[in-house]
Design a protein around this ligand. Structure first.
Ligand SMILES: Cc1cc2nc3c(=O)[nH]c(=O)nc-3n(C[C@H](O)[C@H](O)[C@H](O)COP(=O)(O)O)c2cc1C
Length: 343
């Protein structure tokens, strides 16, 4: 699988998720088997560029190649300028966001709202492709609403305009996250273009990834929400796709070590004050459903220092480790802290 000149390790990708797929999380997912990761959206608006948030989002130090940055906006000249700005700061792929239904983005007629105005959408693609020498990719939904699924037409126009890859989330903008992702439109996009197509939406297991690839004929899968608190899903999916074998789930000890390493990286990236606060959601995802976590969560969320957060996690891990019955396997195949304990 290639994006322009970049040969990827495999075809299992991390979805861009604002507020989640920061550099520490992307690096963890890559280390655990993801073939490619796209950074969170960086604002195209130059007034926002010096914000701490945007500066962090464009920090790629130590990130494996190719470094991909997603941009969003509704003004072609501003998007072209944002693409150049990011390429100057090390981006090797520019991804255009026409897939995000977030109000913050859509109110300004960017993200998936752009799909409703094909002329504007393609104008942006053309302007960005002209502006930079690196591959430009497009992420979109299946259309603005179920009665207007225009992903195939947009994909063809985007291909003519020079995009190097197209990712499709199998929902319309109006669906937001309701219902199930549908894969027929993704299959139709794949059949209509020659550039690689990535299937996205509701992929949460190796078997689902395989089924979606088979159903759509897509070149790769992209996983978002199922990776939250479960970054090892990438090695599980990649291994299954490569060999047909189910990889053993991580042991309790490995999950504990991964969570600890993730947190240390997270604090180093954000600094202690912000890091402690933004770490809470990640810890909550890792531990959701784990025995003892519900009772501990409120107390954990009041902790104000990295050392105390780590100590709290260590104590929970010790308690869980003693809970395990002797002779019981350390891991069950679903891989979550919680379900493994319940098994
Ligand atoms: C918290 C969150 C933030 C997201 N932020 C972005 C974003 O910045 N850009 C984007 O293109 N998609 C964004 N998405 C959409 C995901 O990339 C993905 O398309 C969607 O979640 C469907 O995939 P999944 O079912 O595997 O989660 C976001 C999704 C979530 C849950």
């Amino acid at each position: 699988m290639r994006i322009g000149p970049h040969l990827l390790r495999n075809n299992v990708f991390v979805a861009p998720m604002a507020g989640v797929t920061d550099r520490p999380f992307r690096q963890l997912c890559r280390a655990l088997g993801a073939g490619y990761a796209v950074s969170e959206m960086a604002a195209a608006n130059p007034r926002l560029r010096d914000s701490v948030k945007t500066t962090r989002r464009t920090d790629h130090a130590g990130e494996p190649e190719p470094r991909a940055v997603q941009i969003a906006g509704a003004d072609a000249a501003m998007m072209a300028e944002a693409a150049r700005f990011n390429v100057d700061r090390g981006a090797q792929v520019i991804d255009l966001n026409m897939g995000c239904p977030a109000r913050k983005v859509c109110n300004r007629f960017a993200g998936s709202a752009l799909m409703a105005d094909e002329t504007l959408a393609i104008g942006i693609v053309e302007a960005v492709v002209r502006a930079v020498a690196v591959p430009v990719t497009l992420k979109m939904r299946t259309g603005p609403s179920p009665d207007r699924r225009n992903a195939v037409r947009l994909a063809c126009l985007a291909e003519q305009a020079g995009v190097a890859m197209i990712t499709v989330h199998g929902r319309t903008r109006a669906d937001r996250y309701a219902g199930r992702a549908e894969y027929d439109t993704i299959a139709a996009v794949k059949a209509a273009v020659r550039v690689p197509v990535v299937a996205n939406g509701d992929i949460d297991s190796p078997a689902k990834a395989q089924a979606v690839l088979a159903r759509t004929g897509a070149d790769a899968v992209m996983i978002g929400r199922a990776a939250m608190g479960r970054p090892w899903i990438f090695r599980e999916v990649a291994h299954f796709l490569a060999t047909g074998e189910t990889l053993a789930a991580p042991s309790l000890a490995e999950i504990h070590a991964l969570l600890r390493a993730h947190l240390l990286d997270h604090y180093a990236f954000y600094g202690e004050h912000v890091g402690v606060r933004t770490a809470r959601k990640h810890v909550g995802w890792y531990l959701a459903g784990t025995p003892g976590w519900a009772a501990l969560r409120d107390e954990f969320n009041r902790i104000e220092s990295p050392e105390l957060q780590l100590a709290s996690i260590d104590r929970l891990h010790e308690a869980l480790a003693t809970l395990r019955h002797p002779g019981e396997p350390d891991a069950a195949n679903d891989g979550s802290f919680a379900r493994r304990q319940a098994a």
